[in-house]
Design a protein around this ligand. Sequence first.
Ligand code: CU
Length: 156
Amino acid sequence: MKSKIPQMLRLIVSFSMAAVAVSAHAAGSLTIQHAWARPTVAGQPVAAAYMDITSERDAVLLELRSDAAQAVQVHSMSEKDGVMRMRQVDRVKLQAGKPVRLTPGGMHLMLLDLKHPLRVGDTIGIDLIWSDAAGGRHTDHIAVPVRTSGDAEDTR
Ligand SMILES: [Cu+2]
């Protein structure tokens, strides 16, 4: 009988650890705010989209998809010799609790090869595929309104 007690304790410990792991998994998530995409000019196959992304835990944005475009990239902006240049960013690090702001003039999403022109009032879907330190792969789907300006630009 005595020898069974440590065994039971081990079981209880492993059960409670499993419970912690599950709840941490469920709690980790992305918060996306102020998402919007610009309407396209006729004939333009690309559009920019903006949003604030905050992760509860350290995470990495791996990939983006949209129902409105063949491809979605993250671009950074830099100025060189008076010319603004865009460069693709492969993986965006999301530090726990620190918002990554995608804004006009800064880092932004680029929707490439649009399947149809984006008009004010439209809503497009964007999937954010990200992974956390534990290696889990998650997908967040968001609905992004097409509008001519962000809803919170003035407060930034
Ligand atoms: Cu761009």
